[in-house]
Design a protein around this ligand. Structure first.
Ligand code: ADP
Length: 262
């Protein structure tokens, strides 16, 4: 719990700092794009063509920087958690359109979540965001295509397994996002949860995805475990605790008894 609190405070501080910088930076970018735009409009045919190209490059760079600041601003406006009972198979099914639209054609997406997966308690919106983040990372790791599988399984963590990367003993739902991409070397793996660590080019990555996913999982009483093999792919596992209420009355049993009462 202390770990979760520290992570939450760290992300809060990072969020405030980021929001402030991104806001100021955005104002400066407006000056740059506005000025370059004026220069481009005033450019006449007699000008050296290199001037036009240079201005075009400046504009494209500023556009990428603007895309980055938009991501940073979105990050700093994160909402507080609003936990609810979630049926993971239904949540994943609801994301399928969004996922196919986001992931390129060269990547085959599969969702594998049996109906007997336990109910969990988490913020559904932020869980969707976390899964989308992991899916986008998987896509980015497969520039020439591959397969992306999002699966959910019940998982009991025993006292023996607990500790290290694993959460306290108990009932969990493991949501795994598996890609057949480039994978990560051990050196990269040690840094992936650090805010702003990214190997992606400016405007494409913020390095905040996995730190947000990790912060979300910790705050929801769960954790994130990553297994990766360079050249073969990555499995990111989101472990989220089974909802306390669902252990007593599984959703399916409540439903079955309904016809008798009415
Ligand atoms: P971003 O995606 O903006 O770079 P993240 O925190 O989500 O930020 O990821 C940090 C880095 O971790 C990525 O830049 C990449 O190097 C590495 N990474 C994350 N997910 C994967 C993956 N599925 N396969 C390979 N590398 C990954």
């Amino acid at each position: 719990a202390e770990d979760a609190l520290r992570q939450a405070q760290k992300m809060e501080a990072v969020g405030q700092l980021t929001g402030g910088i991104a806001h100021d930076f955005n104002n400066l970018l407006t000056i740059i794009t506005g000025s370059v735009d004026i220069a481009l409009r005033r450019l006449d045919n007699s000008a050296d063509p290199r001037v036009g190209r240079a201005l075009g490059n400046a504009m494209r760079g500023a556009d990428r920087a603007a895309a980055l600041t938009q991501r940073l601003l979105a990050f700093s406006r994160r909402q507080p958690l609003d936990p609810r009972a979630i049926e993971v198979p239904r949540l994943l099914a609801g994301m399928s359109d969004l996922l196919t639209r986001t992931i390129t054609e060269a990547v085959a997406i599969a969702i594998d979540a049996p109906d007997d997966v336990w109910t969990i308690e988490a913020d559904p919106h932020q869980l969707e965001n976390a899964i989308l983040n992991l899916a986008v990372n998987g896509r980015d790791a497969m520039p020439s295509g591959g397969s992306l599988t999002i699966a959910a399984r019940n998982r009991q963590i025993s006292i023996i397994e607990s500790g290290g990367n694993n959460p306290p003993p108990g009932d969990y739902v493991a949501i795994t996002v598996t890609d057949s991409g480039v994978g990560m070397d051990p050196e990269t793996l040690t840094k992936v949860f650090d805010p702003f660590f990214t190997t992606k080019e400016v405007g494409k990555g913020t390095g905040l995805g996995l730190s947000m996913v990790y912060g979300f999982a910790k705050q929801s009483g769960g954790t994130v475990v990553i297994d990766s093999t360079p050249g073969a792919g990555t499995v990111v596992t989101l472990l989220l605790a089974r909802s306390a209420g669902s252990a007593e009355a599984p959703v399916s049993m409540v439903r079955e008894s309904e016809p008798f009462g009415t």
